[in-house]
Design a protein around this ligand. Structure first.
Ligand code: FAD
Length: 512
């Protein structure tokens, strides 16, 4: 037996930290690392604002090790907390832990090869079984050789399967297929009680729906079965510019109103963003010969709204796709000469953020603070939001850095038994303030602006929901979940009664 020092679990902040010793088996101890290289890595995330150091990082070799760690914590009079960490693309310390516990690294485990199979039973016939710590990029690479693909992607392929399924996994295909959490057939989960459970909509469904969007509170996802559909070869990728928000949002809503994937008039992807008369103006997509006139348009208008859509096709349907795209944009009210099209492979399209990441990394702009604000806004108030936030706060205050996404999605693609709370309307908008801050004083300005946006919504009675949020008091979490709080708290009591998992979310605190 090896003695490891661990701080005694949660005391109120004012009390001094007590230290106690507990004994851990040699087997587990060999996987607990306090290596000076490992600890700092586990003490930060993509947000790069919150920094917490755990007592150790646990590097499992198998799902059995995860089970042993959680069971061991449960066996102690004072259990220690465990924070599963995917790629830590969170922005508020959600995958971190403090000296009360350990970080569980989900990415170094040698996961079994992703299985792609067709059983004819799952709704689309085929599925992929992926490990919770594997990347969506790995899932794509395992499925494409079979001519298959998951249906719903986020914008970014380098997050883990368990990480996005613990949130929601939103993207431009969500209007058609729902978020990634609506696209799961089965899960294997190690609960906070230390049980390994296979669950689905039919079996252990309370755990299944709880874990989907459950912010890591109920169990560690170790396997997810993802339904697959036929993978297209190529994509027509369009960007249309608007100087009028009403026309922009009307056209976006029109495009997502066709919500059957086999409908030829449907876009396969719909998103949108703001181009602001503030540096940096991201013109990466556009041909260099158009940069000048787009810049002038943005300067003249202050804000330009960019509608982004995509239509998939196969090499053998090249003749048809031209007509389909023409039909799709017919009747839309974009600025007539400001329509831009690219033809790319399917992989290039779904992995489109990667080249941008490479540029930002090379300029030292990737590992900087990211004071993001991610909101879901009810459709009925999106134009008030445009006036009060985009025009009156963002444009006027001129604090620059980052990008702003805005696109609608359909709520009927969500199952209300899952954990997230959405606005209570059939259509709601995803609004992401993806801020990049190069100096600390800019972080504070962005944070103040985020607060102002939330205050504006409160005062104006816009019932937004925050996504990927953190740094909340317990009371704020109760308000966040609203009518779903009781269900969420009951599930915690059922699956993680000692409040061991994902303490970085700050939802539940251990009591002595
Ligand atoms: P982490 O940050 O490591 O973990 C997130 C939470 O889940 C933590 O609480 C952690 O404890 C818990 N957790 C991690 N793994 C597991 C597991 N296996 N089982 C149970 N709990 C677990 N999100 C979108 O919805 N749409 C987007 O388009 C999108 N684009 C993004 C682009 C970039 C560049 C970045 C940095 C993030 C983006 N995100 C987007 C957010 C991203 O989906 C979430 O931050 C997601 O959590 C990242 O996965 P991760 O593996 O890094 O999770």
């Amino acid at each position: 037996m090896v003695v490891l020092l661990l701080s005694c679990n949660v005391l109120t902040q004012e009390q001094p930290r007590l230290w106690s010793a507990f004994q851990v088996s040699k087997e587990l101890a060999s996987k607990l690392s306090r290596n000076p290289q490992t600890l700092p890595l586990a003490s930060t995330d993509y947000g790069n604002i919150v920094h917490k150091t755990p007592v150790a990082v646990f590097e499992p070799s198998s799902v059995g090790d995860i089970l042993a760690l959680i069971s061991f914590s449960n066996s102690l009079p004072t259990p220690f907390t465990i924070a599963p960490r995917g790629k830590a693309h969170s922005v508020h310390g959600q995958a971190m832990n403090n000296l009360s516990g350990v970080v569980l690294n989900m990415t170094n485990l040698h996961w079994p090869e992703i299985v792609v199979a067709c059983d004819g039973k799952s709704p689309l016939g085929c599925y992929a079984d992926a490990g919770g710590g594997q990347l969506w990029y790995d899932v794509l690479h395992a499925t494409l050789p079979h001519g298959l693909t998951p249906l719903s992607w986020t914008d970014y392929m380098y997050a883990t399967v368990g990480g996005t399924l613990s949130n929601a996994g939103m993207g431009g295909m969500s209007f058609l297929f729902g978020p990634q959490i609506s696209n799961v057939l089965e899960l294997d989960v190690v609960t906070g009680k230390g049980d390994l459970v296979s669950c689905s909509g039919e079996k252990e469904s309370e755990l299944f729906y709880g874990v989907l969007g459950g912010l890591g509170q109920f169990g560690v996802i170790t396997r997810a079965r993802i339904p697959l559909g036929p993978a297209p070869n190529r994509v027509k990728w369009l960007r249309l510019l608007y100087n009028n928000f009403t026309a922009f949002s009307r056209d976006q809503e029109h495009l997502i109103s066709f919500s059957e994937s086999n409908d030829k008039t449907t876009a396969d992807y719909v998103e949108g963003m703001l181009l602001l008369n503030q540096p940096p103006l991201d013109l990466f997509f556009f041909p260099p010969s158009d940069h000048q006139r787009i810049t002038s348009l943005v300067t003249q208008n202050g804000i330009i709204y960019l509608l982004e859509l995509a239509k998939y096709y196969d090499n053998n349907s090249e003749a048809l796709i031209k007509k389909e795209v023409t039909d799709l944009v017919k009747g839309l009210s974009f600025l007539p000469t400001f329509v831009f099209e690219k033809d790319v492979s399917y992989e290039e399209f779904v992995n489109r953020v990667y080249p941008l990441e490479m540029i930002l990394r090379s300029e030292g702009l990737w590992e900087v603070p990211h004071p993001w604000l991610n909101l879901w806004v009810p459709r009925s108030r999106i134009s008030d939001f445009n006036e009060g936030v985009f025009r009156d706060i963002i444009l006027k205050q001129n604090i620059t850095g980052g990008g702003f996404l805005v696109y609608p999605t359909n709520r009927n693609k969500w199952d209300d038994r899952m954990s997230p709370v959405t606005p209570d309307e059939d259509v709601f908008y995803v609004v992401d303030f993806l801020r990049t801050a190069t100096r600390f004083d800019v972080v504070e300005k962005f944070q103040a602006q985020n607060k102002e946006i939330l205050q504006f919504c409160r005062k104006a009675g816009i019932k937004i929901r925050e996504y990927l949020t953190g740094n909340k008091t317990q009371q704020q979490w109760v308000e966040h979940f609203g009518p779903k709080w009781k269900l969420f708290a009951d599930r915690k009591a059922q699956f993680d009664p000692k409040r061991i998992l994902s303490p970085g979310q700050g939802i539940f605190h251990q009591t002595m």
